[in-house]
Design a protein around this ligand. Structure first.
Ligand code: SAM
Length: 223
């Protein structure tokens, strides 16, 4: 007996209209990100005039001079994630999936021949490399204050902690400030650690996470 072709239920008219609207939404949703990028580039977000209008929390993060535990602007994140480099990576994803290389390069490396946060990126495009680092610093700075306020109990009883992928130690220093009894190690790659001035607050360890992790009661991975 011949195998039967799988049958597909034909959507109703109402489903078709919904489906078409959904398709347009998915196809165009990148414009939301690009509109946000335009607003940041044009400096279109400003402190509100009192009593006339107010900022929603998202806009609050994009206004110059807003302080939450220090300078809190997240503009660099918008500029980094909507940058030409990021968008070109997404356009190359279909080709990347078809590649048969082991181990596979990251999609970013595959398209640009450079790795984010490494020397190769700085050589490829110093301006963009600077924006990517600013975005990382903005992310690092904002998150930890909230974690310390909202998840205070997480650190209860902890005497020592190693922050893997700890970068320049922003997170570990904030933890130490809130819990001065916690002995903090910051682990990152040598090229990152060698640029961080020693501060006498946390112990900076230059190493590869996959080779050594300084012993501590707790290990933190925050990305
Ligand atoms: C996304 S960033 C760090 C994010 C930071 N913890 C935060 O919360 O914002 C990733 C960091 O991991 C570091 N890194 C990448 N591979 C590593 C490895 N194999 N060993 C140690 N650090 C590594 C990078 O140098 C970079 O500083």
């Amino acid at each position: 007996m011949a195998a039967q072709a799988p049958t597909m239920a034909v959507p109703t008219d109402a489903q078709l209209i919904q489906a078409q609207a959904g398709l347009w939404r998915h196809s165009l949703c990148h414009l939301t990100a690009i509109a946000l990028r335009c607003a940041v580039q044009l400096g279109a977000l400003a402190s509100p005039e009192e009593g006339i209008y107010s900022l929603v929390p998202l806009s609050y993060l994009l206004v110059d001079g807003v302080f939450i535990d220090g300078e809190a602007s997240q503009k660099a994140i918008v500029l980094a994630t909507t940058s030409r480099h990021y968008i070109e990576v997404t356009l190359g994803l279909a080709d990347w999936f078809k590649k048969d290389i082991a181990p596979p390069p990251s999609p970013f490396e595959d398209v640009h021949g450079a790795t984010l946060f490494e020397e190769s990126m700085a050589l490829l495009d110093p301006e963009s490399d600077k924006v990517f680092h600013e975005a990382l610093a903005a992310h690092d700075h904002l998150g930890i204050g909230t974690i310390l306020r909202e998840c205070h109990d997480l650190f209860k009883g902890v005497q020592s902690l190693t922050d893997c992928f700890g970068g320049d130690g922003t997170t570990a220093r904030a933890i130490f400030k809130a819990f001065p009894h916690i002995k903090c190690n910051v682990l990152d790659l040598p090229r990152v650690i060698e640029k961080v001035p020693s501060d006498g607050i946390v112990n900076y360890v230059a190493s590869d996470l996959f080779h050594t992790i300084p012993p501590a009661q707790a290990v933190m991975l925050k990305v």
